[in-house]
Design a protein around this ligand. Structure first.
Ligand SMILES: C[S@@+](CC[C@H](N)C(=O)[O-])C[C@H]1O[C@@H](n2cnc3c(N)ncnc32)[C@H](O)[C@@H]1O
Length: 332
């Protein structure tokens, strides 16, 4: 963190009156319009008054400041309704760790929407496999709502989960040295209250996927895989055995569990990477492949760039259709 003058003391003396809060609310409405249900990041939160105003306007607030005293003020105001922490917008590592699902889910839905739009689809589906407590699914829903308005396209959202946390690991390939039965247990009623439009499909995916395929959903454009296990991911990849009309020709995929930390070591011999390899060995007309070079086309290269794959459905009737004819990307 860059050395800074200590400014936080002033914030502790600022009186947060009803009038000031109302003024802050009016300012936010004027600048940003309706922020109900949206994520609001207060960079340099100071006294926390804008965080409080945004919270009262119904936004999901996160705030940070380089000054610990400012963070203290903001935490007091939040009464636990939102999280405030010390951090610096100039610190790339801090920025990257922020909102794990926000950027990556927006990216997935956005790329799927661009493809669907250029292929003239009026509707497509997005999926999260492994919903747990619902952080990802609520983020996915928010992203889908915003992006569907922008492209004037309908987006259906599906979340699959067992509802009782992780099942028992089946063997060493599920990495039981790291995952335990019952982790990430969902509170189904609470989660349903938070969701507006998503379809929550509860049950073991080996049973729920066949029914889902038979329900003939709109073509799938983005799938986030967060099932943790080899065995569950292998079952979930059965989705990609369905006929082409169930998919956009290329489906953006996010795999949460392929990068190691100091405790779990991921490799192609266990876990999610093994499930992907086995799928690829079995099918020649469709493959799941890492999106190479993504980090070089992002403004802020991030960890999640390594977790984006694409399901390429080569035998899909639209796979080779030229898209984006309105723009010429190739020169020379
Ligand atoms: C890490 S959590 C998901 C976290 C979630 N993406 C989030 O945003 O917080 C993994 C979830 O996968 C689910 N899961 C694992 N194996 C499953 C299976 N075979 N069928 C259905 N759900 C499964 C578990 O119930 C658990 O809730």
């Amino acid at each position: 963190m860059v050395e800074q003058f200590e400014l936080g003391k002033n914030w502790q003396n600022l009186k947060i009156t009803d009038e000031r809060i109302e003024q802050a609310q009016n300012d936010i409405k004027k600048w940003l319009g309706n922020i109900r249900g949206k994520s609001f990041v207060d960079v340099g939160c100071g006294s926390g008054i804008f965080s409080l105003a945004a919270h009262k306007l119904g936004a999901k607030v996160t705030s940070f400041d380089t000054q610990i005293r400012a963070v203290d003020c903001c935490m007091k105001l939040s009464k636990g309704y939102w999280w405030s922490e010390r951090g610096d917008i100039l610190d790339n590592a801090f920025v990257r760790s922020f909102g794990k699902f926000d950027v990556v889910y927006c990216y997935g839905v956005l790329q799927a929407a661009r493809q669907a739009h250029s292929l003239k689809f009026k509707r497509f589906s997005v999926i999260e496999f492994g919903v747990g407590k619902g952080h990802g699914l609520t983020t996915l829903e928010n992203a889908a709502l915003r992006i569907s308005k922008y492209f004037n396209i309908q987006i259906d959202i599906f979340g699959f989960d067992l509802g009782i946390g992780l099942p028992k690991p089946l063997d060493y390939r599920d990495l039981p040295y790291y995952w335990r039965k019952s982790l990430f247990k969902m509170n189904i009623d609470n989660l349903k209250k938070k969701l507006n439009k998503s379809n929550l499909i509860i049950g073991d995916i080996s049973n729920t996927i066949p029914d889902f395929i038979n329900s003939n959903p709109a073509p799938i454009g983005f799938v986030a895989f967060d099932l943790d296990f080899y065995s569950s991911t292998k079952s979930s990849l059965n989705l990609f055995t369905a006929k082409p009309n169930l998919f956009l020709p290329r489906v953006i995929c996010y795999f949460d569990d392929i990068l190691s930390n100091d405790i779990v070591y991921h490799s192609e011999f266990t876990g999610v990477s093994l499930a992907i390899d086995e799928f690829n060995q079995k099918y020649s007309d469709r493959k799941i492949a890492k999106m190479h070079g993504l980090r070089y086309i992002r403004m802020i290269p991030s960890k999640w760039n390594e977790q984006i794959f694409v399901f390429h459905y080569f035998s899909h009737p639209l796979f080779s259709k030229y898209i984006y004819p309105e723009k010429i990307y190739q020169r020379g």
